[in-house]
Design a protein around this ligand. Structure first.
Ligand code: AOS
Ligand code: ZN
Ligand code: ZN
Ligand code: ZN
Length: 431
């Protein structure tokens, strides 16, 4: 890192101040878990192995359609973003990968970018294409769609961009492309619903054909916004149908905020797993729609239930099951680094809670139609405070017992504020 970074000394002294309390809490929890037949050491090792990708667009302050209030010391460019991602991983030890977005993250030398990231211990997860906004000097506008546009020239431009993303991703060591399109319509009658989907499938088939052998393409559905009458890839049914038609490398990506209110997302996850089509996640939380709130901040029980399905699938060795975990959040009122630290921890929490579900007990209750007994098996896991396991996992992996407190004590943001003079008009984009 060229500028300020959080020193090993500070990390050690912050950890030392919390070590004896952690040891006590960890020992007490280990005893309680042991009474339930759970080995806390195995659990800690599983948590240490858990990782989620940081979206490069997430380290800048987000915004709503009304305004964006940039914070001090925001990343000005990709290399600043890498510094922030490295800091998040240094403290959390839970975010070893980045999910870049193009053309937002365009740079002249991707081999160099990969090297800088590797120097921070970071690698690249899925690359995201962007055909939902126009770029300067672009030949054709996406105002009326991209991959499903009525004009073949617009579709060709959008297809070429996605293929460019694959080319960049190969240089970065990525192995997947995530495609989210904003295509849809705002008026009944504006678009032929069948033909629009046909055009999307044809375009996606061309992108699919350009995938390297070991790559996957993730299709991200979203109910509405920015199209408010119909969206071309609106739901998991559409996404699954498209993934099945395209072939084995195509899988579905579940962004938690992209569903109708109260939809049973964990069941959607279970269905996609059933067909070997769960590609990955954009984790965030939601109260009303695509709110992009911090993961686990609104409905932690739902997050746990999603992980409960994932662990269930992992334990029974479900076919084609290797979901990519990524965050996709908009940090409008917090320091994005703090939000991302906490979100990674919340995902680990849900993961650990799902791991300690007594699956044999659950199966017995389910087989006996003991509805409440089965529910209580889940609740027993969900209400267990696994925080000491998470903190111990971080400590053993070289991270911080208390990531946010340590981050605040370091004055990282203050240092970056002087190192990174504000750039006029910088936008983190809307997620
Ligand atoms: C849009 O709502 C989606 O969540 C996409 O994943 C999008 O590409 C990403 O959020 C960046 O804007
Ligand atoms: Zn998303
Ligand atoms: Zn979102
Ligand atoms: Zn979204």
């Amino acid at each position: 890192m060229t500028g300020f970074f959080i020193s090993e000394d500070l990390l050690q002294s912050e950890n030392a101040a919390r070590r004896s309390v952690l040891d006590e809490d960890f020992a007490a929890l280990s005893r309680a878990l042991a009474r339930r037949g759970i080995d806390s050491e195995t659990l800690t090792r599983s948590v240490m192995a858990f990782g989620v990708a940081i979206p490069t667009w997430g380290v800048g302050t987000g915004g709503t359609r009304f305004a964006r209030f940039p914070g001090p010391g925001e990343p000005r460019h990709l290399f600043d973003k890498l510094e922030d991602c490295a800091t998040i991983h240094r403290l959390s030890r839970a975010t070893p990968t980045l999910s870049p977005h193009f053309p937002w993250d365009t740079t002249s030398d991707y081999a160099a970018l990969r090297d800088v990231a590797a120097g921070y211990g970071l690698a690249f997860d899925a690359v995201n294409s962007n055909t939902f906004q126009d770029q300067p000097n672009q030949a054709h506008s996406y105002k009326f769609g991209s991959l499903s546009h009525v004009d073949g020239a617009v579709r060709a431009q959008a297809i070429a961009h996605n293929i460019d993303c694959i080319t960049i991703g190969r240089q970065l060591g990525s192995e997947a492309l995530t495609v989210w399109i904003a295509d849809g319509s705002n008026f009944a009658g504006q678009s032929n619903l069948t033909q629009a989907f046909d055009r999307y499938l044809e375009s996606m088939a061309e992108i699919y054909a350009a995938l390297p052998g070991d790559w996957r393409v993730f299709l991200e559905h979203k109910l509405y916004e920015p199209a408010f009458y119909s969206t071309v890839v609106s739901d998991w049914g559409t996404s699954l149908a498209a993934a099945q038609e395209l072939g084995p490398k195509a899988q579905c990506l579940v962004d938690l905020g992209h569903h109708a209110p109260n939809v049973n997302i964990e069941q959607i996850v279970a269905r996609l797993i059933r067909f070997g089509k769960l590609g990955g996640f954009h984790f965030n939380d939601s109260k009303y729609g695509d709110d992009d709130l911090d993961a686990g901040s609104i409905e932690p029980f739902r997050l746990f239930l999603v992980f409960n399905e994932l662990i269930d699938a992992e334990l029974r060795g479900a076919k084609n099951f290797a979901p990519a975990y990524m965050l996709d959040q908009s940090h409008n009122v917090t320091d994005p680094i703090e939000s991302l630290l906490q979100s990674a921890i919340e995902l680990q929490r849900a993961y650990a809670q799902a791991l300690i579900v007594d699956r044999a007990g659950l199966a017995v209750a389910q087989a006996a139609n003991d509805a409440l007994g089965a529910h209580l098996e889940l609740k027993r896991a969900f209400t267990t405070d696994v925080s000491p396991i998470l903190a111990m996992a971080r400590l053993r992996a070289g991270g911080a017992i208390a990531p946010i407190e340590t981050y605040r004590a370091s004055n990282y943001r203050k240092h970056k504020t002087s190192e990174r003079p504000p750039v006029a008009g910088t936008s983190a984009g809307i997620v």
